[in-house]
Write a protein that binds this ligand. Sequence first.
Ligand SMILES: Cc1cc2nc3c(=O)[nH]c(=O)nc-3n(C[C@H](O)[C@H](O)[C@H](O)COP(=O)(O)O)c2cc1C
Length: 352
Amino acid sequence: MLKIAIVIGSTRPGGHGKVVGQWAYNIAQKRDDADFTLLDIADFNLPLLDEPMPAMSGGRYTQDHTRNWSAAIASFDGYVFVTPEYNHGTSGALKNAIDFLYQEWSNKAAGFIAYGYSMGARAVESLRLIMGSLEVATVRAQVGLSLFTDFEQGVAFTPAAMQEGNLRTVLDQVIAWSGALKTLRVEAKTTTMGRAVRARRSRADSRLCGAEPHDDYQSRPRRQTVNKDLGVWTYQDCALVLIDYQKEMFEVIRSETKADLVELNVRLLARTAKAFNMPIVLSTVGVQYKINGPTRPAILADLPGVPVIDRTSMNAFEDDAFRAAVTKTGRKRLIFGGLHTEICLTFATWKR
Ligand SMILES: Cc1cc2nc3c(=O)[nH]c(=O)nc-3n(C[C@H](O)[C@H](O)[C@H](O)COP(=O)(O)O)c2cc1C
């Protein structure tokens, strides 16, 4: 089950953060598609940033309060930040708490509930920029609470009826993206493990060759990266092959997964491949003969400049252009994406 934290980002005594956070939590916890926790940054007693090393440089924390905060944040798949607007931005306390960590936030999703005279709109915009730097994907929907209309005389919290619906949309989007991004984190972990193993092996090789112990393995010529013993696939060894993500194929998906989520996963896969500079081969079937439509537009939009190879054959490898494109990648390990294991993928991988 996905774990989502509702993070109260205001520490002002008597501030509205707690009551707004509690309102969101009461609604969220009725859902059965994720586990929710209400997290108040005030409970972590974080001082102004007092770690000598930036979190981005590897999370070598020296303080117990940082370790506690790190453990809490690392345990979630996504976040809903409750933020006040202070001077056209988020609160200093929340920004400070965010800055304590890095890796713990990365490749996760976030949504926002903001409040203030201007519905906290600028606080959310400032947070979106900060989240971008931390590699957190922020969802479009947000809850904006006005001190004029959602609080009685700016004090008692009386949210307008529509705010619950707004919150539901935020939660829907955060849950969908948190689930999709979880797969990316699993992939990154595998890659990191492979890198660590290679580094160890390289250091051992240096010793055998009589190289100086300080000889930096990274400055040596790159060798074959595929680790046969572990079977770890690295991005340097792989190409991504996307097969037949067309409207007609989406229409006949019979699993429980919604088409929109499948599409989101494919787009994340494509973006990941691009981020790692992996070659991508994109193919469709039956477009030129008007049997099927083209690749779904949202997927195409994530693949600018990638040529589409349209085929008449079900077996992709029977198509000369497809075969040539795969060969041209120079990669021996192919990651295939397709909608139907019995058609799109079987025929695409079936090389006679
Ligand atoms: C230091 C400070 C700056 C503020 N700046 C803004 C602002 O720029 N825009 C706005 O709409 N409200 C602003 N407000 C109003 C707050 O958004 C509002 O008082 C809110 O309840 C504060 O959150 P809190 O109750 O959690 O402290 C500001 C309030 C404070 C204390």
